[in-house]
Design a protein around this ligand. Sequence first.
Ligand code: CO8
Length: 255
Amino acid sequence: MAGVRLTKKDDGILVLSIDRPEALNALNRGIVDEIDEKIDEIEKDSGARCLILHSDKNFAAGADIKAMAECDEEGAKAFAFSPTYNRLAALRIPTVSAIEGYALGGGMELALATDIRIAGEGAKMGFPEVSLGIFPGAGGTIRAPRLIGAAFAKELIFSGEAVTAERALQMGLVNRVVPDDRVFAEAYRLAGKIARRGPVAVRRAKEVIDRGTAMNVESGIELEAAEWAKLFNTRDQKEGMQAFIAKRKPEFENR
Ligand code: CO8
């Protein structure tokens, strides 16, 4: 049966997977509500250090067109995925999308709500919505231009054309491209690296980057300086620096 799985791995790494292969993991209300429930669990998990989004074969081929086809304006509003995607984007821990196969429309927007994207060589990404008489409605017109610039975002959104992983890399839509059978392994390797760093420092860095990009440079630098100094109140700062001086590995306590 279609559904969403949340799996706990070593080192506080969590993996969120959509399991609806018969529709190339297209997202309907039920799937998005399940993602929302899993986000509740992730928020409560004090041992969580990094979240990977990964589904077998296809990341997600968009919102479910069959479920949306007969919607009127009110129905379309009820279909909205943005509240859930915004919660995903606001998670305090880093998030990584591991993209195999298709990441289209609402599927691409799901990946855009994460911090980092790793794609397989055969991945196809884009916003086909204009072929359906709509435009991306779950953050695509807002997050894509901020990530890759308005010109590339407009090219993708106006043409509806899916791009290869290599082209997505050139645009900055993904961070790196690896062989298809290495996508999860590479995401897991990166998540492991993140998970072993000072967790308070990583969380606060995410917060400063996300808040800071919405500010002017001066205010952002002020925020950075204040948050940076606060880290010297943490046990992990003492441990990290003492471990360096003693030439040993730090043992962070997340406080
Ligand atoms: N919705 C529903 N079903 C889908 C979707 C989808 N998005 N994508 C694939 N499927 C289904 C197909 O209908 C088919 O089902 P069936 O076997 O019952 O006919 C099955 O998955 C396999 O698909 P195909 O046979 O089409 O597989 P192909 O390999 O031939 O083609 C494609 C793969 C190119 C990915 C093709 O399936 C396709 O074009 N899919 C639609 C892609 C698309 O347009 N996505 C954007 C959807 S609109 C959207 O995401 C809006 C975002 C805004 C959300 C805001 C919420 C408020």
